[in-house]
Design a protein around this ligand. Structure first.
Ligand code: SF4
Length: 315
């Protein structure tokens, strides 16, 4: 296995600076199968946390990659668990976080929050310094339509788990609400989400829209006017509200195996064609390597909302 399968990036992110992604789950295992998921439809739905990678292996591969990056003058601001699925399905994530703390860099976890009703999951996630929790809807019908959760999950329990986590967590908690046209972008849904978020008091509530190719082709971005209304409704209840609509600004490529690097990044972040082109310019044979990835169908080009993206083919 290449290091790029467990770590990827860093990806420049407004929220986290230069974020080195940690992929602690095999693609694509999740508790949800969100209609807008940029990794595609969930291949394996699970709700029982289990073993994926050994924490020392995650630590060793991350440390190696960090060393490669810093030797090239790179800076990493955050090590972020943001895999091809739900990171809390990894029963040893808490151990992995503890071991990564030794690297002296902030640890972040981006979770859908669906397993936070389990005390052991809350304990593991609480070891991170920064946590993002997804709350797209607090209405069970709407939640089932947009997040398509594992049938054994109950929204009431999920929301109680998020509240319990927020009560005890001492780090920075932020939330992410993805709005999909015609599904959860009505004022009533947005107001109800804002009311729930007001109870957990996130440091910042992000409003997102599906700007990358979604799992389901029919998914549409709400109009700008709807996004503006949502922002207004959120700010009535919450102190800090921001959009999360930007495409990746830049990403660093390190190491000799450019193909693995690109596959590592595109496993989690579809890349705009022009972003990849600018990366390839600096690399010998870059264009040829990309063409080979496309020819072998490891990567495919898709169009969405007027942009061309390179995405990983899952099957
Ligand atoms: S968006 Fe996140 S929570 Fe939803 S299916 Fe994709 S990986 Fe799972």
């Amino acid at each position: 296995m290449n290091d790029a399968m467990i770590t990827f990036g860093p990806v420049a992110s407004r929220r986290l600076g230069n974020s080195l992604g940690i992929n602690n789950i095999r693609p694509k295992v999740c508790t949800y199968s969100c209609v807008y998921c940029q990794v595609g439809r969930t291949l394996q739905m699970e709700i029982e946390p289990r073993h994926f990678f050994e924490p020392p292996e995650i630590h060793a591969r991350t440390a190696r990659r960090l060393a490669a990056l810093t030797s090239q003058g790179g800076v990493v601001d955050c090590l972020t668990f943001v895999p091809d699925g739900e990171p809390t399905l990894d029963s040893r994530m808490g151990e992995a976080i503890e071991q990564l703390q030794a690297l002296g860099i902030k640890i972040g976890v981006i979770t859908n929050g669906s397993l936070l009703w389990r005390p052991e999951v809350r304990q593991a996630v609480a070891k991170a310094q920064w946590v993002s929790v997804k709350v797209d809807s607090v209405d069970p019908r709407c939640w089932r339509r947009i997040n398509r959760p594992h049938p054994k999950l109950r929204l009431e329990e999920v929301l109680q788990g998020i509240e319990a986590f927020a009560r005890d967590f001492t780090g920075e908690l932020v939330t992410e609400t993805m709005l999909v046209a015609g599904l959860n972008d009505k004022p009533d849904n947005i107001r109800a989400v804002a009311d729930f978020l007001a109870k957990i008091q996130p440091a910042r509530a992000y409003l997102a829209a599906p700007i990358r190719p979604p799992a389901e082709k029919w998914v549409r971005t709400p109009d700008e006017s709807v996004m503006a209304a949502a922002h207004h409704l959120f700010t009535e209840k919450l102190a800090q509200v921001e959009y999360l609509l930007g495409f990746e600004q830049s990403c660093a490529v390190v190491g000799d195996d450019l193909a693995e690097e690109i596959l590592g990044i595109t496993a989690v972040h579809p890349l705009r064609e022009e972003t990849v082109s600018s990366l390839l310019k600096a690399r010998k044979n870059g264009r040829q390597i990309l063409n080979e990835l496309l020819k072998s169908k490891k990567l495919i080009l898709v169009e969405y909302e007027g942009h061309r993206f390179l995405v990983r083919k899952l099957r």
